[in-house]
Design a protein. Structure first.
Length: 39
């Protein structure tokens, strides 16, 4: 990720954060399912 001030306030940054949240949270959900299946 780019970390400049101007980029930080831009639309593309917001989109990147949204995608990151979705991917990251999906990863957490995936891990929870995997853990519960093992028990």
């Amino acid at each position: 990720m780019k970390t400049s001030e101007s980029y930080f306030r831009s639309e593309s940054f917001k989109k990147e954060i949204e995608l990151f949240k979705k991917n990251y949270l999906c990863g957490i959900c995936r891990d929870k399912k995997r853990i519960t299946e093992k028990k």
